[in-house]
Design a protein around this ligand. Structure first.
Ligand code: S5P
Length: 458
């Protein structure tokens, strides 16, 4: 068996790499993928560990790679670098893949001389970005880097280009296409799905929508009135921006709306986080909505049985059904929740996906939410989600977790940038902290509005 295949077998057998076409994995970036790789488990298998360390050494010997030191990329490259350095009785260092060190720490740890040649050891190459950052760190420290060896590569298009630009030879013990072949041989993957899986690395951003799109539905004769109005407002204002006004006093919200009201098609509220709520607040908000031509979306995320949500929607101190143009709901409780929220004036948005890390909304759940929306299309006008997997003009997709730059917060929120969010097919971007925490929320909202509208209409 070739080395590439043998290593692929190790990866599959230890479940370091998992393939799943039917229920793709979700990466931290929100990208859906049929492959998930966590090579860290490999170090727990002594025999396999030995086999992999030997494969690294074979690559070094077969290619006559010249070097003075072995450099592991922190953290996952470190154990492999240690096994190799130990076996070859050579010095070892390790290097952080973060461009910025934290305070006192060095980028390269261990002893070396300027002009030393290093072979860089890495466990996984996804885009190659972090490995290249590590290699650049070594170069900046005066170390010569000509070769990098990794256990596995996703064989993405831009990887090769990146390594060529840095003039570094990339050697890998196994790769995505060999692994897919081996997975078919071992019945981990059907031959039928292999080609679809292999398409992933060509266009990871759009792979999921391409394969999970349900049938395209033609323009319906009648549409929900709230949806028609929303589409009209969007066109009139050239805006597909929804601002999440997650502030906790009525004054802060009304001040924000004064500043951003002209730029938005929708204002999203969390009415139950307001500390000084009074019915007058609603009157003022509705007046502003009329003046500035936007609609109001109460993000209540109902999630109970029909009878309870009906009370939460119509009664209590907020009387949401009297003033919101739309509200949203989880489909977890089943169709009863949609029955409880049926209303001719207030439209419904269902959660098909969430932006938060580790959420439990699987592709199968998404599909069920879409089926329920189709069944209740008189009331349901859209989804909260990240990927337009249902192309049906009766529904709009609204995407939260959007900022000018990708990132995360400390509580699990994951941000996409405006362009990536819209490229995944969304109709409306929902922006909270990106706007209301800006120094000049009005100017910031305008930036989002212009960028989102331009990208949406490209
Ligand atoms: O999956 C979701 C669904 C929603 S509605 N993730 C979200 O972040 N939201 C809401 O969008 C969330 O409740 C908040 O009001 C807004 C995002 O705010 P930001 O400050 O992180 O932009």
């Amino acid at each position: 068996m070739s080395r590439q295949k043998k290593i692929a077998e190790y990866l599959l057998d230890t479940k370091a790499v998992k393939l799943n076409f039917d229920e793709p994995f979700t990466y931290a970036s929100g990208i859906r993928s049929p492959i998930y790789c966590d090579n860290r488990v490999l170090i727990s298998h002594p025999k396999i560990r030995k086999g992999i360390a030997k494969a690294f050494i074979d690559v070094i010997k077969e290619n006559n790679l010249e070097f003075d030191i072995i450099a592991g990329v922190a953290t996952s490259g470190i154990p492999w670098a240690a096994f190799i350095a130990e076996e070859l009785e050579k010095p070892m260092v390790y290097v952080r893949s973060k461009a910025k060190g934290h305070g006192m720490t060095n980028l390269v740890e261990g002893e070396f001389k300027e002009g030393d040649k290093a072979i860089v050891i890495e466990d996984l190459i996804s885009t190659g970005g972090s490995s290249l950052t590590a290699a650049k760190g070594l170069k900046e420290a005066g170390i010569i880097v000509n070769d990098l060896i990794a256990i596995f590569t996703y064989q993405m298009k831009k990887t090769e280009e990146g390594f060529n630009n840095e003039k570094i030879n990339l050697h890998t013990l196994s790769d995505f296409s060999t692994l897919a072949e081996k997975a078919v041989e071992k019945n981990y993957l059907s031959a039928e799905n292999k080609d679809k899986v292999l398409e992933w690395n060509q266009d990871p951003q759009n792979w999921y929508s391409k394969h999970y799109q349900t049938e395209e539905i033609k323009e319906p004769e009648t549409k929900n009135k709230v949806l028609l109005k929303l589409q009209k407002v969007m066109k009139e204002k050239k805006s597909n921006l929804c601002v999440a006004a997650d502030l906790t006093t009525t004054k802060e919200i009304l001040d924000l709306v004064e500043e951003i009201g002209d730029k938005i098609c929708l204002l999203k509220t969390h009415i139950d986080i307001i500390e000084d709520f009074t019915p007058e607040f609603i009157t003022k908000l509705q007046k502003l909505a009329k003046e500035k031509n936007f609609m109001i979306f109460e993000d209540r995320k109902f999630a109970d049985i029909g009878n309870t949500v009906k009370h939460q929607f119509e009664n209590g101190i907020y009387h949401i059904a009297d003033w919101a143009d739309m509200v949203n709901a989880h489909v977890l409780p089943g169709p009863g929740i949609l029955e409880g929220l049926k209303n001719d004036k207030v439209a419904l948005i269902l959660l098909q996906e969430m932006s938060s890390k580790g959420n439990l909304l699987t592709p199968d759940y998404t599909k069920k939410a879409q089926e329920m929306a189709q069944e209740y299309s008189n009331y349901v006008i859209g989804f909260i989600g990240l990927n337009k997997t249902l192309k049906d003009p009766r529904f709009m997709l609204m995407t939260p977790g959007v900022k000018l730059e990708k990132g995360t917060d400390k509580l699990g929120q994951q941000y996409n940038d405006v362009e990536s969010a819209i490229k995944k097919g969304t109709d409306i971007i929902i922006v909270g902290r990106g706007i209301y925490q800006a120094e000049d929320p009005g100017a910031e909202a305008q930036k989002y509005q212009e960028l989102a509208w331009k990208t949406y209409n490209k």
